[in-house]
Ligand binder design. Structure first.
Ligand SMILES: Cc1ncc(COP(=O)(O)O)c(C=O)c1O
Length: 423
């Protein structure tokens, strides 16, 4: 990739000099330090503008976004149809709370239900809220429908999961960084190894409300289970009378080449959790989507959210559903996924130890001799490509599904260059 310098026409030399209110990237990073909680360690890039697959920093340097907001930007930055839907709604109505109905929510729920093949929608805001909501729904279902004795319901989850950051969710995390210092933890969870049906079977008993898993474990490094695992989870949960909850917050909505990643095995869970891309990269929108006999257990007053299902979120979410309804993004993820996998295959043994990819989503294990995941990410940044490392020496690639083959090849070329210089 060429040096990420802004073109002459858009270069604005006054960015730092003639406008004292505008601070440089270095100044802004320094300014954050004393006033912003240190719960992230971002790459040293300060993004000021974005369009499609590209972001631009304060100084006008351009970068190809190969992270896409952890898949919240599946449709790229500021997709015109989504921006238009947001603008139109901003001019009309933004918030009602659920104390009243709003005229956008029915369309949103109908669209999400139809998109997933399920019946009902519980709209929330962030991914963690969708997970928390599903935990509550599963427990309520266990007591009201399955007949589990009060306060005895269990939920079986997988090791190395990532479902969010709330106290209940970190209670069933196996990542010491996510947990240490945040106890006491919420009881009622059993952890089994991922991709292990025998261990799952052994953990399920008459108290089990649900099995909660990611169809592909994103934060763990894009870990793809063996073919047959998801179908096995579906069969096991059906046979033993507990719910199958698929957290598709990162894997869903086109990323893997299907609307839902579970479609790769032709299964439909009882509850599907959506987030990230559902808000089009504009507003936080999440949802628990499920069968009527499961989500139907909630009664007025038992659960809620002031912003959940707000008209702006519903308008943007409906526009997202419409985009996915065309099938174009799922198709692009499948086709360009081949370019991604081919490019990574060519780097095997040349700094790449191995990789796992499905659609436009890859976890790439860098040979530690060539640098840490963070080090490689910083060097890619200098080449005008933004990625995110995870677990030491793995980097994740998840570009907007709008990326072109040429852009994708140039990002892979940048990785090749970085690895060639780093050996
Ligand atoms: C699979 C999965 N579930 C839940 C979450 C939490 O989403 P949020 O950060 O919006 O709370 C994430 C975030 O990365 C995720 O990848």
């Amino acid at each position: 990739m060429n040096a990420p310098v802004r073109t002459q026409s858009s270069a604005d030399s006054s960015v730092q000099s003639s406008d004292p209110a505008r601070r440089s990237s270095a100044e802004l990073i320094r300014a954050e330090e004393p006033v912003l909680a240190h719960n992230y360690h971002p790459l040293p890039v300060v993004v000021a503008r974005a369009e499609g697959t590209w972001v631009e920093d304060v100084e006008g340097r351009r970068y190809l976004d190969m992270l896409a907001g952890y898949s919240a930007l599946n449709f790229g930055h500021r997709h015109p149809a989504l921006i238009e839907a947001a603008h139109r709604q901003l001019d009309r109505l933004t918030l009602t709370s659920r104390a009243f109905h709003n005229d956008r929510l029915a369309e949103f729920a109908e669209g999400v239900a139809a998109l997933t093949g399920l019946d009902m929608v519980l709209p929330m805001n962030t991914g963690a809220e969708a997970v928390e909501s599903a935990v509550k729904v599963a427990r309520k279902w266990a007591y009201d429908v399955k007949g589990v004795p009060d306060d005895r319901a269990t939920i079986v989850v997988a090791a190395d999961n990532f479902h969010g950051r709330t106290t209940t969710i970190v209670s069933f995390s196996t990542d010491p960084t996510a947990r240490t210092g945040f106890g006491p933890f919420t009881p009622g969870f059993r952890v089994v190894p991922y991709n292990d049906l025998a261990a799952l079977e052994a953990a399920v008993d008459e108290t089990t409300a649900a099995v909660l898993i990611e169809p592909i474990q994103g934060e763990a490094g894009v870990i793809i289970p063996d073919q047959g695992y998801l179908a096995g989870v579906r069969e096991l949960t059906r046979r033993t009378g507990c719910l199958f909850i698929a957290d598709e917050i990162q894997s869903g909505l086109g990323r893997t080449g299907r609307t839902l990643a579970v479609e790769h095995e032709g299964v439909l869970p009882d509850l599907v959790l959506l987030g990230k891309a559902l808000g089009g990269g504009i507003v936080p929108v999440s949802a628990v989507v499920g069968r009527r006999d499961v989500l139907g257990v909630l009664r007025p007053g038992e659960h809620g959210s002031t912003f959940g299902g707000n008209p702006l979120a519903a308008a943007v979410g409906s526009a997202v559903v419409e985009l996915l309804g065309t099938g174009e993004f799922q198709r692009r993820a499948t086709e360009l996924g081949t370019v991604l996998a081919d490019g990574l295959t060519a780097l095997l043994g040349r700094g790449v130890l191995g990789f796992r990819a499905r659609g436009l989503w890859a976890g790439v294990d860098i040979d530690p001799v060539f640098g840490t995941g963070r080090g490689i990410s910083e060097r890619l940044m200098a080449e005008g490509v933004l990625v995110k490392d995870t677990h030491g020496s793995t980097i994740r690639l998840a570009p907007p599904l709008t990326i072109t083959a040429e852009e994708l090849r140039s990002a892979l070329g940048a990785l090749e260059k970085v690895l060639a210089h780093g050996a």
